[in-house]
Design a protein around this ligand. Sequence first.
Ligand code: AHG
Ligand code: MN
Ligand code: MN
Length: 342
Amino acid sequence: MESFKRSYISLGEFIIERQTDFKYAKGELSRLFSAISLAARIINREVKRAGLNNILGDFGSTNVQGEEVKKLDIFSNEQFIHALKERGEVCAIASEENEGMIEFNGEFSKTGKYIVAFDPLDGSSNIDVNVSVGSIFSIYRKTTEGDCATLDDFMQAGVEQVAAGYVIYGSSTMLVYSTGNGVNGFTLDPSIGAFFLSHPNMQIPKTGKIYSINEGNYVHFPQGVKDYIKYCQAEDMATSRPYSSRYIGSAVADFHRNMLKGGIFIYPSTANAPKGKLRLLYECNPLAFLVEQAGGKASDGFNRILDIKPTSLHQRTPLFIGSPDMVEQAEAFMQKYAEAAV
Ligand code: AHG
Ligand code: MN
Ligand code: MN
């Protein structure tokens, strides 16, 4: 019997080995990622014993976006904030759970050169039913003058990200990140409490057989999206259609599956939500950065996500993301009706 092989390259070692991939000061990236990895491991611990630790359920309030907040949303947000604040590399953060940016005043404010936007817990409606959830993060350099960060630092287009990634708390827990030189995935060994390289140089398949969209909203979708769904469901041997429909309702989990297997995830505009649901800064941009680094595409239906210049922290955008051929096909359907409207 072939002996079981395992990876012995830890996240920490990998980052040190690949320091030259990161054009800024050595050590900064390690400290940033040690903070994110720590927050992820603490969140993972609570997620894995949710049900025993009184952390399931609603917190009893709504966030700035009017969404029901779960206890685990608040817990996860605190873990990210504390871990990032203590390292001194970060001068300000923006989170789904906080209306404004949070400045890390005091002793760290003059040294932090980075800002971080994050969704501390993505897919939180799935927590109570034991379905995969995640965390998403996006890292930029502070670009404004002066010691303290300003809102302008967060208004950089996604193409300016220096690193981005996500953690998926699934049947195993993984951290996937990119600094702009490809995408690498690490799996948590829970018995040791460390992430090890398990998915080197991740590449999304050029096309796939899975489409992910909340079809319950079908009647509210733009005509281009409706037509694309019908295209996915039509029979065609050459393109292996009909495709399979898979929708978890945690963007991270749907995205992660499509990264590995190929596919498209769509959260379009709807009649009630013309900008869709997902947030540009801490959901769409980091996933768009990763998918492009893995050979995929991310679009709002017409334009590249990473080129959008944000105007507010919590702004939303429609999202079409995944295998490049599939995103281009969906864009072609969108374009048809855009042209008809001119
Ligand atoms: P969050 O839990 O951070 O608010 O994000 C939930 C998002 C995303 O993860 C998922 O793809 C989407 O909401 C699901 O929305 P619908 O229930 O409208 O399909
Ligand atoms: Mn989310
Ligand atoms: Mn969230």
